[in-house]
Structures are given as C-alpha cells and as structure tokens.
Design a protein around this ligand. Structure first.
Ligand code: ATP
Length: 485
C-alpha cells in the first residue's frame, strides 16, 4: 500500500511522533507501560531469539547483512505455525477464498501499471562530509531545513526520491530491455491472475484470493530487528467485490481481522486501529485502516486493511490491453471491474509481534539467586514451536528409554523435544524460554504405576497423568487454553 511519497512521508512522521509521545497517547497507566517496556525490550528479544535459535543475523560470519535475517530451528517452526493459522483462517474457513503462489519475478510492465516504478519512493538525503545516508522524513526538521547532518554537522544534499524496488537484469545482457524487479508486495501476483482463477475455479463475486510469500524493499533504514527488513514475507488476501458493496465488505474484513488476533490469543489492549487521514491515504484508496501493535518501541503497523477500489484491475486492463471486467452471468451478464478489499499483514512482522507479546519475566523464588527469575514465552500452544518436551528425571534405570518411547507415541500428533541433560529445574527453564507449553517428566513412579508428571508452563503446576491418557489430555488442554498472565 506504501505507494506514494506523500503518504509515506506522513505515515513516517506520524509514527515518529507517536513513538515519542506514545505513553501519553496510550491510555494505560505509565507504570504498566514501563513494566512492559522494561521487560520486553528489543535488545532482550533479539538476544533471546539468537540464543534459542529463533532468528539469526544473515551471513553473520561475514559481519552480517543488514536488512536480512535467517530463521533458525525454533523460528521456522513458529513462522510456519503463524502462516498455517493465517492460511486456515483465510482459506479453509471460507467457502469463497482460494489460494495462490505467484512467482516473485513478474513482467516489468506489472510494476509500471501498479505505479511502483514511478511512485514507490522514499525521500533520501546524503551527508557530503561523513557520507551517512538518511531518510529525509526521519531526521529532525531543523536539520533538513538547514541541510545540516544530524551526525556530524556536515552539509546535506538536496532531498531526492529513492525507489525502493530491487532492480536486476534477466538473462545475460545487462541492458534496459532486460530489467526485472523483485516484487515489493505480493498483491500484484494476485491481480494479474484474477481472471485465470475465475475461469479455472468458477469463482463468483464476492470471492477472495489469498497468498503468502516473499517481498523485497530496498529500505533505507532497517532497524528494530526484524520489524523492517529488505527481505520479508507478507500474508495477503484480496477480496473482489461488486462496486457499491465495497464499504460493507471493508467493514466486514476489518471485523474479521480483529477477531483473528483475538483468536491468536495476543494481548488485545496492545492492538488498536489507525485510520489513514486524508493526507496519508494513497490516492486510489477510498479508505484504509492499519492494525497497530504496541511493540516495545511504540505503536507500529502490523497489518493494513485497504479499500483499493477498482484502481489495480483498471490499471492492469489499461497496461495489458486485456479486459479485466467481471461478467455477472447471474445478473444479465452485467459487466464491471470489481473493487478490491485488501488485508495485508507482514508474516515476519507478525512473528516479531508474537515474540514481544509472549515475552515475560517472572519471579519464581526469593532465594537471592539468578534463577529466582525465569524468562518465559507465553505462546498459544497452537503457535509454540515445541508443544511438549519429554524429560526423564534420570538417564539410568530405564527412565530414558521410557521417555523416548513416550516421545515416539506423541510425535505423530505433536511437535516434541527430548532433553535429558542437567537438573530438572534447569530443563524446565530452558523449555519456558523456548515457549514450550507442556513438559512431561518420567520418574521412578512412572515405572511403577505408568503415570507421568505433566507440567504446565504458565502456572508451573504439575499433575500426574496415566501415560495412555497423555495424548488426549494434551489435545484437551490445547483446545481449552486461555492465557492468564
Ligand atoms: P510501513 O509503513 O511499516 O513501512 P507499509 O504501509 O509500507 O508499512 P504495506 O505496504 O501496507 O506496509 O505492507 C503490508 C504489511 O507488510 C505491513 O503492514 C507490514 O506488516 C509488512 N511490511 C511492509 N514493509 C515491511 C518491511 N520492510 N519489513 C517487514 N515487514 C514489512
């Protein structure tokens, strides 16, 4: 949706001022905000993500590649689960929404039609002295006016437009005839396939097309870990409706997307709507709302719900020469270019949100030791990378073998982990930090009566459960899970 410089400029300025004044704008008591900020700082989240194998810096051994991140064993599990939840919500639970996986490389005319070649820009200034590069809307206005570098006081260049699309060449010749772009949004892949999908799947308006995939933006500043990166993933659903019904559908999709985050079990008082003002709105958009999340660095966009009108299909019609009208066979073959309601969420940004939302530190003892405190990720069990960890109290006396057997029994239905090293308390802490909602401990009593200890991450309560009932009990616990802390 970020297409027009003026829109981007105002969005960014708004975000900056919200960041500065966020405690004032947010209507919770300051102490609660400070407590949240004190606990879930970006530094702690970044460090935990690396320590536990959620996210690593790309090409770290070469000093890292800014704007790019790698998802480790726990990270890819979490990302897959977020994607699966979204996919289920947006396709399986709707009779009239189908999926698509369009290619990243598209005909370059696509990006002329969409307006990206001309308008997908950020304002850029350079310092002639220290050679630093800034987004003009992210430095103090007085510096911009005085053309003074905020870092070294040197002279700044004039502001110029910088196109965020990554450009390359296809084939061996590096000339203008062979220019190709990495897609900056997944939406256009849906628009150019809309007729194919109507024909192949006999879709009738209203209907939707959902897609999850990579997008690339040559962002001038990438910071805050995976919040804004050059390579990221989007989860987009474009809903095609009859003009005149668009407002109704726009409101409906706003409702549905809000309900989705409720289902995810995230802190709902950390979510809010932000309606684009007239100065933020892309010129083709009739209305646009962002769902913002209260990240540790302030309120930031998580997802956009946009009424894109008939702009995109109209432009593709014009640029391709192909008729993009829908023919309504049930209504005297009435023809029209559908309006599009878009829901566009960042998958990788959602992952960061889920990490921040789940992060907690809790005092569990008062002995004056480091391990009086535990760090715990309170993921919804449906999202947790490991659902259940099996821990034999001892390696000897057949406990390890029994624990391995139990793991095998559960493996088909649940993502499991096995850990036999170290004191049991430490092993629980390791699982808490990975966000594992359930631990099963196999002890000597297990050998006698076939029961095991089931330990709950959030309450740290333990109950004894017959081994044969474990799988069913887990299923029931997952279904009835409600976050309490
Ligand atoms: P922002 O103002 O944060 O740059 P945007 O308005 O440009 O976002 P859209 O073009 O509407 O974003 O993209 C839809 C979603 O894609 C955003 O809500 C966000 O979750 C995600 N997204 C956009 N740009 C990035 C990026 N550089 N890195 C990670 N996620 C992104």
């Amino acid at each position: 949706m970020k297409l027009y410089m003026i829109y981007v400029y105002f969005t960014r300025v708004t975000v900056t001022s919200v960041y500065i004044n966020w405690s004032i704008l947010y209507n919770k008591p300051m102490s609660e905000l400070q407590e949240y900020q004190g606990k879930a700082t970006m530094e702690k989240i970044t460090s935990l993500a690396k320590r536990r194998g959620f996210v690593f810096q790309s090409s770290e051994i070469y000093g890292g590649q800014s704007g790019a991140w790698d998802y480790g064993p726990l990270g890819i599990e979490l990302k897959n689960r977020i994607q699966a939840m979204w996919w289920k919500e947006m396709t399986r639970l709707h009779d009239n929404i189908v999926g698509l996986d369009a290619s990243i490389l598209m005909h370059p005319r696509t990006w002329e039609a969409s307006g990206h070649v001309e308008n997908f820009t950020d304002p850029l200034v350079d310092c002639k002295k220290c050679k630093s590069r800034f987004r003009a809307d992210m430095i103090p206005e007085e510096n911009l006016a005085a053309k003074k570098c905020p870092d070294c006081g040197g002279e700044l260049t004039d502001t110029r437009k910088f196109n965020l699309m990554f450009k390359s060449h296809i084939g061996p010749a590096e000339d203008s005839a062979n220019i190709i772009y990495l897609r900056p949004e997944t939406a256009q892949g849906i628009y150019v396939n809309y007729k194919n999908i109507i024909q192949s799947n006999r879709m009738k308006i209203p209907f939707g097309i959902a897609q999850v995939g990579k997008a690339f933006r040559n962002e001038i500043t990438t910071k805050n870990f995976i919040f804004r990166t050059c390579e990221f993933e989007q989860m987009e659903m474009q809903y095609f409706v009859k003009p005149g019904t668009d407002v109704e559908w726009f409101n409906e999709w706003r409702k549905q997307r809000w309900a989705y985050y409720e289902k995810l079990g995230v802190k709902m008082d950390h979510l809010r709507w932000h309606q684009h003002g007239a100065d933020e709105l892309a010129h083709y958009a009739k209305d646009a709302y962002d769902i913002q999340y209260l990240f540790p660095m302030g309120w930031r966009e998580l997802e956009g719900v946009h009424n894109r009108t008939d702009y995109d299909l109209g432009r593709h019609s014009e640029f391709s020469g192909k008729d993009m009208q829908y023919i309504d066979q049930e209504n005297n073959n009435e023809r029209y270019i559908p309006y599009i309601i878009e829901t566009s969420a960042g998958l990788t940004r959602n992952l960061l949100m889920i990490l921040c939302d789940a992060y907690d530190e809790e005092q569990v003892a008062e002995k004056g030791n480091d391990d009086d405190w535990r760090t715990v990720l309170r993921f919804h069990p449906d999202l947790a990378p490991i659902t259940v960890a099996i821990l034999p109290l001892m390696k000897k006396d057949g406990l390890a073998e029994m624990a391995q057997d139990i793991r095998k029994e559960l493996q088909d239905d649940y993502s499991t982990d096995y850990d036999q090293s170290g004191a049991i308390g430490r092993r629980y802490r390791r699982q808490d930090e990975a966000g594992t909602p359930f631990c099963v401990t196999v002890d000597y009593q297990s050998k006698e009566d076939g029961t095991v200890t089931l330990r709950f991450r959030d309450s740290m309560e333990q109950v004894r459960v017959p081994r044969q009932e474990l799988a069913a009990r887990l299923r029931q616990e997952i279904k009835s899970y409600k976050r309490t802390k």
